[in-house]
Each structure stands twice: as structure tokens, then as C-alpha cells.
Design a protein around this ligand. Structure first.
Ligand code: THG
Length: 377
């Protein structure tokens, strides 16, 4: 069915790379942090295959930065998350669930510590800036909370390291996972991190100048011509296979980090000052009664899941699917869903009410792992 078009106005902010993305033939966008996020270039399946074999450049400027700067910066950032930030040293990135006073998820950003008194919070799709400004004002903290001119450009795929080394030098190969360094591009200091929203490996360049965005894009494409570099974007199939969660889709304010399977990124007992700490300590006593699971949905490819699909055990609703896509490598539909405790054990068979009928689904032990995938042709 043809999709309706999206009317673009000033409220849907463009990015430093929008001209290049359009020249590269973007076929669809979604809206994320009031900006345009590409979702398809050639087709979701062609983009998927190319991401797993070559290298892509992604305009992920929608991952806006909330900069927290000042003498109270560390205190304020710890108020936001149940992850203990005492081990977040300068040069590191932490995946940080962020919660409100009830322990409900507000966002799941990557937090970078740039200096003792300076952090970037690289946000998913919710207006976290307002919450942070409210806390800073309400507690009269000595901080500035701003959205700086910073636009991440991701380089993802098996050849990403080679491409980034060609542009920024061989030394970048020493950057470890979830660490960053300062680099210089045309005299401008930027941040280069080994991170990104795929399981294929790669880097994120935090472009610190809108004016230099197109030149940065062009430099990567010129250097990567023989690597088959192509414009890409976070890929629905690959991220579901890899169990990468999407805020607003797989989780909302209704969920705690533990329900999202993000308990590993929480140290609620020692995260003193986190505003959701008391609420989370209370729920941690019992443990969650529903949690995100990977599922395989049987038979032919399913149509896209634009809302949620009920998950049933006979007559009883035991959960919902929040993301699903056909996986060429696994030969099944891969999915993420929130499933009740009584039915979340691996190999449990359930029924999913998709838009085009009831399908059988099997709960997986973990996300879909690359080494059990059938090799691409
Ligand atoms: N990079 C940056 N900002 C972002 C994202 C990103 N902001 C929005 C969105 N993505 C935030 N969500 C995620 C979700 C997962 C991961 C990163 C950001 C991720 N997770 C790995 C995992 O879960 O295994 C690694 C976590 C770890 O080991 O610390 O990478 O992609 N800049």
C-alpha cells in the first residue's frame, strides 16, 4: 500500500547532512527528536545486506546532544540515571537508562564525559532537555543545560574502521569500544567514538560544526570509493536481530529499566542521587513481572508492525510485539516484545495477532546472534 507523504516544515528540522542524504537517494524518513531520520535508501533488505558486508555513513544528527556544564554537572547527570557514574571517566561513553521519580524510562542515551564539569547526553527520541533543565532550575544547580551545534555522523559496517582510519589516521584503530578521542577535521575539533546503533562495528563522529557537515560527509565518500561506501541508516532488521532497543517503540515511560532488560546498566543501590532510586529499589525487591524478549515469528514475512501486536497464550494476553521484521539471514521474522513472566521462558510458543492473521512465535533465549546466522549468498 502506498504510504502518505510527510509535509516538511521548519518544525521538522533538517540536519547538516540533509542535502547529501537527499542526493544519495533517501526513500523514506521517520521523525525523531523533531528532525528527519532516514529509514530507507535502496530497500530495507538491500541496506541490511550492504551494512553487513561493506560500510555505510549514517546521518544520525537526530541523536541530539544535551550538554550539561558547570560545577554541579556530575551531580545533575547522576540524578538522571540509576547507573553509577563514578566509573564514567573522561574519554568514556556509558549507555545510561534515564528515569523519572517513578522509575519510568524517559530515554536511553549514551552519556559522554568530556571533562570533570562537562557531559554530553546523546539522546533517543524524547524531549529530555526539558526534564534536565527543570531539575537544574528546581534544585538551583550551578549548570548550563544546552543543545550545542553537534551532529553525530555514524560510520558502520565491517569496513568502517578502514574508512575512518583513511580520514582521521591509523591511530584511531586504538580507540576501544565505547571510548572516544578528540580529532581534527579542517581545523575544527570533533569527537570520534567507537560506538553506534548496529552490531556490525564502527564509529560515530560528533560533528561540531553545521557548516562543516557536508565537507565531512564528502571526505568519507571520497576516501571510501573502493570500499563500496554508501549512505545508510539504522536498519530495522539488523537492530532487531541484535536486540538494540528503540525508545518510544520497544519501551516507554510505562516501563522500568529492568523490564527493558537494562538491569545490567543499573547500579541502583550505589547510584546515590538518582531521582528514581527509591522507586527502583522498591520494584527491584520483587523483580519485574514482564520483560523485553526476542521472539521468532513463524511463516512468511510479516507486514511492518506500526503499533503493537497482542501476544496470546490461547485466550489470555501475555504480552505485545513492539518491533518485527523479516530476517533474510535467520529465515524467520525477528521480533522484540514485552512478555509476562509466566510466559517468558526460552522456547515458549505463543500466538501473535499480526495485522494479517495469527502467527506462532517462539521466545528466544537471547537476541539473534551473528554466528548462528546462515551465511549470505
Ligand atoms: N549512539 C549515540 N546516541 C544515540 C544512539 C547511538 N542516541 C539514541 C540511541 N542510539 C540511544 N539508544 C542506544 C541503544 C543501544 C546502544 C546505544 C544507544 C548500544 N548498546 C550496546 C548494547 O546494548 O549491547 C552497547 C552498550 C554497552 O556495552 O555499553 O550501543 O547509537 N551516540
Amino acid at each position: 500500500m502506498p504510504q502518505p507523504a510527510l509535509s516538511i516544515s521548519r518544525r521538522l528540522r533538517s540536519t547538516p547532512f540533509t542535502d547529501r542524504v537527499e542526493a544519495a537517494g533517501v526513500k523514506a524518513y521517520t521523525v525523531y527528536n523533531h528532525m528527519l531520520l532516514p529509514t530507507v535508501f535502496r530497500s530495507v533488505e538491500e541496506d541490511y545486506r550492504h551494512l553487513k558486508t561493506a560500510v555505510q555513513v549514517w546521518d544520525v544528527a537526530v541523536e541530539r546532544q544535551v550538554e550539561v556544564r558547570g560545577p554541579d554537572a556530575a551531580r545533575l547527570v547522576q540524578m538522571l540515571t540509576p547507573r553509577d557514574l563514578r566509573s564514567l571517566t573522561i574519554g568514556r561513553c556509558f549507555y545510561t537508562p534515564m528515569v523519572d521519580e517513578t522509575g519510568g524510562m524517559l530515554n536511553d542515551p549514551v552519556t559522554l564525559k568530556l571533562a570533570e564539569d562537562r557531559y554530553w547526553i546523546s539522546i533517543a527520541d524524547s524531549d529530555l532537555l526539558f526534564w534536565i533543565k527543570g531539575l537544574a532550575y528546581g534544585r538551583a544547580l550551578e549548570v548550563d543545560v544546552t543543545e550545542p551545534d553537534v551532529s553525530p555522523l555514524a560510520v558502520q559496517g565491517p569496513k568502517a574502521e578502514e574508512l575512518v582510519a583513511r580520514v582521521f589516521g591509523e591511530d584511531i584503530k586504538d580507540i576501544r569500544f565505547f571510548r572516544f578521542r578528540e580529532v581534527t577535521f579542517q581545523g575544527q575539533t570533533m569527537i570520534l567514538a567507537r560506538s553506534g546503533y548496529s552490531r556490525q562495528g564502527g564509529f560515530e563522529i560528533y560533528c561540531t560544526s553545521t557548516a562543516l557537515g557536508p565537507a565531512l560527509w564528502d571526505a568519507l565518500f571520497e576516501a571510501g570509493r573502493d570500499l563500496d561506501v554508501h549512505a545508510g541508516c539504522p536498519n530495522l532488521i539488523e537492530r532487531i536481530e541484535g536486540g538494540l532497543l528503540s525508545y518510544g517503540n520497544d519501551m516507554t515511560r510505562e516501563n522500568t529499566p529492568h523490564e527493558c532488560g537494562l538491569g545490567n546498566f543499573c547500579d541502583t543501590v550505589t547510584a546515590i542521587g538518582c531521582c528514581g532510586r527509591d522507586a527502583l529499589l522498591r520494584v527491584a525487591q520483587e523483580g519485574p513481572i514482564r520483560q523485553i524478549r526476542s521472539l521468532a515469528i513463524g511463516d512468511a514475512p510479516v507486514a511492518p508492525c506500526s503499533g503493537t501486536w497482542p501476544v496470546m497464550a490461547g485466550e489470555k494476553k501475555v504480552g505485545q510485539i513492539t518491533s518485527a521484521a523479516w530476517s533474510p539471514d535467520f529465515g524467520t521474522n525477528v521480533a522484540l516484545g514485552m512478555i509476562r513472566l509466566s510466559h517468558w521462558d526460552p522456547d515458549t510458543v505463543l500466538q501473535v495477532h499480526t495485522n494479517d492473521g495469527v502467527r506462532e512465535a517462539t521466545v528466544q533465549e537471547k537476541h539473534f546472534l551473528a554466528d548462528s546466522a546462515s551465511k549470505p549468498n
